[in-house]
Design a protein around this ligand. Structure first.
Ligand code: ZN
Length: 249
């Protein structure tokens, strides 16, 4: 009996894997991780609070009703996202846990070091010269990140009531360069007085975090099912020296 049991314990998973290769085109690259784009296609979420330390990111501006720095908001929101995901049983890791500066390329290296089966979600708040601009948007570049971006954007807008600027394909350091699915959320405009008032509240940042976490969890449950596929676009890695590249993303 022991021999038979051993046979099934050792060979059954291997047979299922071979069968997956024959029927679906391949096995997942990491243990416990589903097929690319399928349910459970990742097992760890890298949460990236934008900016930090000497880099404050955007600020709300002198005319704003409350003084806000992007780096503080991103860290607070990232911690809330982490708590939501951990509560739901997903593994998480943060690119920074406190107020210190991390180079963009180091964030990319950190993400890639987590290996296949990880995804990266970078959290930002936007600031522009026009006080009237408001809303939330999510950037992606890689074709395998479109589903994740779509689900996060949907839930972020639903949870907060933010104007839906949409899911935008843009070659940024943190959307183009990692070798894993990766997206970057701009959750609100802190230069818009009404949005600054909202974002200054703990309860509102919790709504933002709930929306992002719900989008991630939906992608975990469903994979890219129901999301229109987009073609892969080749482009060289994003560099700080790129003429129009935003410096801090
Ligand atoms: Zn930013």
């Amino acid at each position: 009996m022991l021999g038979v049991t051993r046979f099934w314990v050792i060979w059954l998973p291997a047979m299922i894997c071979v069968s997956a290769v024959l029927t679906l085109g391949g096995c997942a690259g990491a243990p416990g991780v589903g097929l690319a784009g399928g349910p459970g296609h990742f097992s760890k979420v890298i949460i990236d609070p934008g900016h930090g330390g000497k880099d404050s990111g955007g600020v709300s501006g002198r005319a704003a009703p409350v003084f806000l720095r992007e780096k503080d908001l991103t860290l607070d929101t990232a911690r809330r996202v982490r708590n939501e995901l951990r509560g739901a049983g997903l593994k998480t890791v943060m690119t920074r846990e406190d107020d210190h500066f991390v180079e963009l390329d180091d964030r990319v290296r950190f993400a890639d070091a987590q290996g296949r089966g990880a995804i990266l979600v970078s959290i930002h708040y936007d600031a522009v010269s026009s006080r009237g601009t408001n809303g939330a948007k999510t950037f992606y570049w890689r074709a395998d990140s479109h589903g994740l971006a779509t689900r996060i954007q949907r839930h972020l807008v639903a949870a907060t009531g933010e104007a839906n600027i949409g899911v935008l394909r843009r070659r940024l350091r943190l959307t183009r360069n990692p070798d894993i699915p990766c997206v970057l959320c701009e959750c609100a405009y802190i230069t818009n007085p009404a949005e600054a008032q909202k974002v200054a509240q703990d309860s509102y940042r919790q709504k933002v975090a709930n929306g992002i976490a719900q989008g991630i969890l939906e992608e975990y449950r469903l994979g890219d099912a129901g999301i229109l596929p987009v073609p892969e676009i080749y482009a060289p890695p994003s560099r700080a020296s790129d003429k129009y590249a935003p410096r801090n993303h």
